[in-house]
Write a protein that binds this ligand. Structure first.
Ligand SMILES: Nc1ncnc2c1ncn2[C@@H]1O[C@H](COP(=O)(O)OP(=O)(O)OP(=O)(O)O)[C@@H](O)[C@H]1O
Length: 253
């Protein structure tokens, strides 16, 4: 579904990615882990098109998307969330989620807002879809009219997931979805991520520092350290890999 082939990316003298290659299988949750500065966010940025790699390719559904602009990748079905929440803070939950979905409407945002003919029909279907597939699914009906600023952090992260889901993604890139969350919020988010995978069959790529969560919900894990891919395999294989243990112990020392 999503294939990363020999990706290299550097910033001046810093080699952020040095030959990363792996495949995220369709309908599976693939975890990307590694100590701080390992290159995880750089990898996400190269996949979503915010950074252009120096070398290597990104394939989506058999198609080379390496040179494609971020908005075209989003329209193809690659959605993401950000490490630091990137919502419109003064706007309501519902408006933020609808903005996410408009990237996929044929008539576009302005056409849809004009309420004419096909645009009107599409807008009605769109609203129904958002209600059922995002608002009900994520259990956020009670906060739909609330501005983002008035929400606790855990719910803001859930709304960000909702905005990505509104795009009907085939591939969902989640950058630290439970960072800064308490235990209960983390458990809720893990459940929603699993539900997304089960109900919609979405292919999910997850960057996360919470090792319990990664081990719990990922089928496959890729480990980065200083821009290099040091291991890949099942949660059990990766957690027993000496290079991985050393990278984490080294980082903690
Ligand atoms: N825009 C940039 N300009 C310069 N250097 C960058 C840029 N983005 C990342 N880097 C550098 O690339 C390396 C990898 O950073 P990256 O943010 O991808 O790591 P990470 O694994 O996501 O880290 P963390 O877990 O702390 O978020 C780091 O040395 C970082 O300082």
């Amino acid at each position: 579904m999503l294939k990363i082939e020999d990706l290299h990316l550097s910033f001046g003298g810093i080699k952020a990615l040095q030959g990363i290659s792996f495949e995220a299988q369709a309908g599976e949750i693939t975890g990307v882990i590694g100590p701080n500065g390992a290159g995880k966010t750089s990898l996400f940025n190269a996949i979503s098109g915010f950074y252009q790699p120096d070398r290597g390719r990104v394939w989506f559904d058999g198609r080379d998307i390496t040179g494609m602009a971020p908005d075209r990748r989003a329209a193809l079905g690659i959605a993401r969330t950000f490490q630091n929440i990137a919502l419109f803070r003064g706007m309501t939950v519902l408006d933020n989620i609808k903005l996410g979905g408009h990237t996929r409407l044929k008539t576009g945002l302005w056409g849809a807002l004009r309420y004419f003919g096909p645009a009107q029909r599409e807008e009605l279907e769109f609203r129904r879809d958002i209600e059922e597939r995002v608002i009900d699914f994520l259990e956020i009906d009670h906060i739909r009219k609330v501005p983002i600023t008035a929400l606790p952090y855990g719910l803001q992260k859930r709304v960000e997931l909702g905005r990505a889901l509104a795009m009907r993604p085939q591939v969902l890139l989640l950058d630290e979805p439970v960072a800064g969350m308490n235990r209960e919020e983390t458990a809720d988010m893990a459940r929603f991520i699993l539900d997304v995978q089960e109900r919609f069959g979405t292919t999910i790529l997850l960057v996360e520092h919470d090792m319990h969560m990664v081990m719990d919900i990922c089928a496959h894990i890729v480990v980065l350290n200083f821009g290099q891919q040091i291991a890949e395999g099942s949660p059990q294989e990766v957690s027993q890999n000496p290079a991985v243990i050393e990278a984490y112990l080294g980082a903690a020392a």
